[in-house]
Design a protein around this ligand. Structure first.
Ligand SMILES: Cc1ncc(COP(=O)(O)O)c(C=O)c1O
Length: 355
């Protein structure tokens, strides 16, 4: 990943520095409005990261002592936010193709003491619409961990408009970045106000009325975000163009499956993550890529295999998550990547798979 940063971001940061208003302020509000209006939600609440965004929502909804379903295949941040809010994560499997939780998996793991769950739209792949419908049917609040999915769409709806609450990340590995940063989007007026209060030490109308902390996003970082939001569509279309080139190249390699794409949706290719079907070969490919000075990544983690989550409650088999952890491969993707670079990457993969 290489962030798309231009002169606009430098100028906007300089303007904030010259204004002397460095902490949260009018530029943060402009950023909140830009993200909310982009996804089609009523409110945007800017915070310091996706992790603190998830924590904020879980605190105001209240999960102390309650079980919260999350996918096993995710970055540990999803589980950490639950534990930070006093909840008990319950790990479930994901679909091997979309790499996301499904409605069937949700239904099997649900019990009537739960009030909220956290599906992850991983890597830029939106959730199946049935997940939201099933949650409604069960009376569960949907808190979507869309750290990787700003710009993803189901039909004409953008991720961020569909769930009760959606949390985004602006870490530099995301489609748009503020260095570090996060955003909650929701249509719920009362909860939005409570999120604002929580990230502001619990302050409401000048009084400290409830619990809170300091998760404010500064004007400085928000200034980068405002400029990034003006470019997001171009960034996604550049990524999609390169993803199509990879798709065509990988179609020629037996045993490597290109990332999931469902007609009628838009995935942003925040991570171009393919699946290597031959056991042990993913790591050999990564090693060969590294020898050729090409950086690659795994997909993400199977939490139950990490020491911190070895004893965490789970429902059902976590086999797909485990297979993805062992076999998923994320390839380089950024706006300076040339067709020649992509062909070179393909050749390394091809030669490993042919060996
Ligand atoms: C699914 C998921 N959730 C949460 C996070 C954490 O985001 P942040 O670094 O903004 O806290 C990540 C980070 O990559 C992620 O992949």
């Amino acid at each position: 990943m290489r962030p798309d940063i231009g002169n606009e971001e430098y100028d906007a940061v300089k303007k904030v520095l010259e204004s002397a208003h460095l902490t949260e302020g009018p530029v943060t509000q402009e950023f909140e409005k830009a993200v909310a209006s982009y996804v089609g939600a009523k409110h945007g609440i800017a915070v310091t990261s996706c992790t603190t965004a998830l924590h904020t929502v879980l605190e105001i909804v209240g999960v102390k002592g309650k079980e919260v379903i999350i996918p096993d295949y995710t970055y540990p941040a999803t589980a950490e936010a639950v534990e930070l809010a006093g909840g008990i994560p319950v790990l479930v499997d994901v679909d091997i193709n979309s790499m996301n939780m499904t409605s069937e998996i949700l239904e099997k793991a649900y019990n009537d003491k739960m009030n909220i769950f956290i599906p992850v739209s991983w890597g830029g792949v939106p959730l199946e619409p049935e997940v939201y419908k099933t949650a409604k049917k069960l009376g569960l609040i949907t808190l979507e961990d869309a750290a990787c999915s700003l710009g993803s769409m189901i039909g004409s709806d953008r991720v961020g408009k569909i769930a009760d609450f959606t949390c985004f990340s602006f870490h530099p590995r995301k489609v748009v970045t503020t260095g570090e940063g996060g955003m909650i989007t929701t249509d719920n007026d009362e909860m939005a106000e409570r999120c604002h209060s929580f990230k502001h030490f619990g302050m409401k109308e000048g009084r400290f009325a409830g619990s809170g902390t300091n998760y404010k996003l500064s004007n400085i970082l928000s200034a980068i975000g405002v400029q990034q939001m003006k470019k997001i569509e171009k960034i996604i279309s550049d990524r999609t163009e390169r993803a199509r080139i990879y798709d065509e190249l990988l179609a020629k390699v037996a045993g490597v499956r290109a990332p999931y794409f469902k007609k009628g949706t838009r995935q942003t290719y925040q991570s171009y993550t393919c699946y290597v079907e031959r056991e042990g070969m993913r790591d050999k490919i990564r090693q060969k890529l590294a020898e050729n000075n090409i950086e690659s990544q795994i997909g993400t983690y199977a939490l139950h295999l990490e020491p911190a989550y070895a004893k965490t409650k789970r429902v059902g088999s976590l086999q797909n998550s485990e297979n993805l952890f062992k076999n998923a491969l994320t390839l380089p993707l950024h706006n300076q990547l040339t067709v020649e670079d992509q062909e070179r990457i393909y050749s390394v993969i091809m030669s490993c798979m042919a060996s």
